[in-house]
Design a protein around this ligand. Structure first.
Ligand code: Z5A
Length: 197
């Protein structure tokens, strides 16, 4: 089972992934927790360039996220899924569609196609969308902002809106949760949806 966690920055993805990992591991599942960008050695270098380097042109940014993803899916995620593990992943294709497609105003459909090519069409079984407002996300992040987090609130508002559109288009494959709920409440909603895989 492949579960992706998506949402604006500061939405609480890392927190929820850890809570779900604990729950699944406690009943004996082989659980792999990973993330994009940066889930591999190559990805760590790409992450550094993308989030903490200098200027990157929007199309170069889209290609670098897709390159990280291609390597990550081929070398970490597909092998884990093949051996029967549950993969909990912090960000996936929808991050590119929302941030590069809607945020940077590249064509979201082209961005999606690029990532589907990169991953040979691997689609999550479930995507948990933690819906956070740009203001709440900014407050939770505190003073430290990477290159994308430094974008203005209207950028993050476009990202949020596009995420919600993606979820509305495929309600069977998405779980949308209000990220302002208490941690344990969100964890219970996610656990109920995941059930016993
Ligand atoms: N990006 C992209 O543009 N295109 C792509 O294709 C991909 C990514 C894959 C990666 O950032 C950046 O790359 C991201 C999108 C872009 N940038 N932006 N903007 P990252 O991986 O470094 O960070 P992030 O994904 O934005 O996550 P984060 O900031 O680390 O947040 P989070 O994992 O969603 O949340 P958290 O660490 O669990 O929680 C944040 C804080 O809130 C923390 O203090 C928690 O204790 C607190 N928290 C968590 N849950 C709650 C609740 N329920 N209530 C109150 N407080 C809470």
């Amino acid at each position: 089972m492949f579960i992706a966690f998506e949402g604006g920055d500061g939405a609480g993805k890392t927190t929820q992934i850890e809570l779900l990992r604990e729950r699944l591991a406690a009943v004996g599942y082989d659980v792999v927790v990973t993330r994009e960008p940066g889930g591999t050695e190559l990805g760590a270098d790409i992450r550094q360039v993308l989030l903490h380097g200098g200027d990157v042109a929007p199309r170069a940014e889209a290609l670098l996220f897709a390159a990280d993803r291609a390597h990550h899916i081929a070398t970490v995620v597909r092998p884990a899924l093949r051996r029967g593990a549950i993969v909990l992943q912090d960000r996936y294709i929808d991050s590119s569609v929302a941030y590069q497609g809607a945020g940077r105003e590249l064509d979201p459909l082209e961005i999606k196609r690029l990532s589907l090519w990169a991953t040979q069409d691997l689609v999550p079984d479930l995507t948990v969308l933690l819906d956070v407002t740009p203001q709440d996300g900014r407050r939770r992040r505190g003073q430290v902002h990477d290159r994308l987090e430094s974008e203005q609130d209207d950028f993050h508002a476009r990202v949020r809106e596009h995420y919600l559109q993606l979820a509305a288009a495929e309600p069977g494959r998405y779980l949308v949760v209000d990220a302002s709920l208490p941690r344990e409440e969100i964890a219970a909603i996610v656990a109920e949806r995941v059930g016993r895989p």
